[in-house]
Design a protein around this ligand. Structure first.
Ligand code: ZN
Length: 330
């Protein structure tokens, strides 16, 4: 009697500083994982080689061979031609027009589905986390930038050949501060962790945030989410004002998206949310309800993401599986 062969899918999170491969079984249990640095080499050829090694290590830990793989889902932190699986640009690493799908399919002899990492993270929350069973899940992930994704009726919303839902680049303040995209007044320029850190470092420099100043908070690179949360807990009220103001801006953006899509849940993830869930969620929610039209005030809930570090890998794997098994348009 032949034993039914198990089906495995790899989820891959190509982060800006770290990459991670996780092997999932049919019950979506992670049975092997490997994590490597993303930086430390130059060019896409070396990068693809490191991705291959990372997947092979995860497979080795899981004790399975390449040919047991049904597919690979990969989440990438940059614009993507998802139809052809081409990573258009990763400015931090100097990658341009990398045919990541074709390259990995050649090596692993299985289908590869590439998606934007925030889309994958939002899909992960829809399948396994705070968005389970919902019709429309809006995912918002404030970090160095502000990522957005939306799953509607079980499908990731995107353009024909490009990912969508760039909530961080909605203009909320015409002629406002310069954004990394080259335009002014984007949500990201006033509400990202980087924008918060810049304002908080300024407050520390001016002596308005004594705790933050005592831990080197005039240095932007030291003002991480955990440090901001500690500064607020230690009584730096100016830091709390800065965080609440930024969260309020995020609520302005979310309120506008609520008016467009009427999501039943908005899932907030990322370091700021994890470091100070109460303050941050409360401030975002208050502002989002205020900026949504009256008819939309009470149609949505705002929840913290549940999957944490694994959200992109698990979501990318589950999305790949949905595309391959159920014919969802990938
Ligand atoms: Zn922008």
């Amino acid at each position: 009697m032949s034993k039914k062969k198990n089906r495995y899918v790899v989820g891959f999170d190509l982060g800006g500083t770290k990459m991670m491969a996780v092997v999932y079984d049919e019950a979506w249990k992670g049975c092997g994982r490997s994590r490597r640095k993303t930086k430390g080499f130059s060019g896409a050829v070396a990068g693809l080689e490191r991705i291959r090694e990372t997947i092979d290590r995860a497979l080795e830990e899981a004790g399975i061979e390449r040919d047991a793989l049904a597919g690979i889902g990969i989440g990438v932190p940059g614009p993507l031609d998802s139809e052809r699986g081409i990573l258009l640009e990763l400015p931090n690493l100097g990658w341009q027009n990398v045919a990541i799908k074709a390259e990995l399919e050649k090596v692993f002899k299985c289908q590869v589905v590439a998606s934007n990492d925030v889309d994958a993270g939002t899909y992960g929350e829809y399948r396994f986390g705070a968005g389970q069973g919902k019709r429309c899940v809006l995912g918002v992930f404030p970090g160095t930038g502000i990522g957005g994704g939306c799953v509607y009726d079980g499908v990731i919303i995107r353009g024909k050949a490009i990912s969508a839902m760039e909530i961080g680049h909605m203009c909320v303040l015409p002629n406002g501060p310069l954004c990394g995209c080259g335009r002014r007044g984007c949500l990201e320029a006033v509400a990202s962790r980087l924008a918060i850190a810049q304002a908080a470092a300024g407050a520390a420099y001016r002596g308005e945030a004594p705790y933050l100043q005592s831990v080197g908070g005039t240095d932007l690179t030291k003002v991480r989410s955990g440090v901001l949360a500690k500064a607020i807990a230690e009584g730096d009220t100016s830091v709390e004002v800065i965080v609440r103001r930024a969260a309020g801006w995020l609520g302005v953006g979310i309120g506008s998206v609520v008016n467009l899509l009427a999501p039943d849940v908005v899932v907030l993830g990322g370091g700021l949310v994890e470091a100070m869930p109460e303050i941050y969620l409360e401030a975002v929610e208050k502002s989002a309800r205020k900026h949504a039209m009256p008819a939309f005030h009470d149609v949505f809930e705002i929840k913290a993401a549940e999957l944490k570090d694994d959200s992109t890998a698990r979501g990318a794997a589950a999305w790949a599986d949905a595309v391959l098994q159920r014919g969802v348009t990938g």
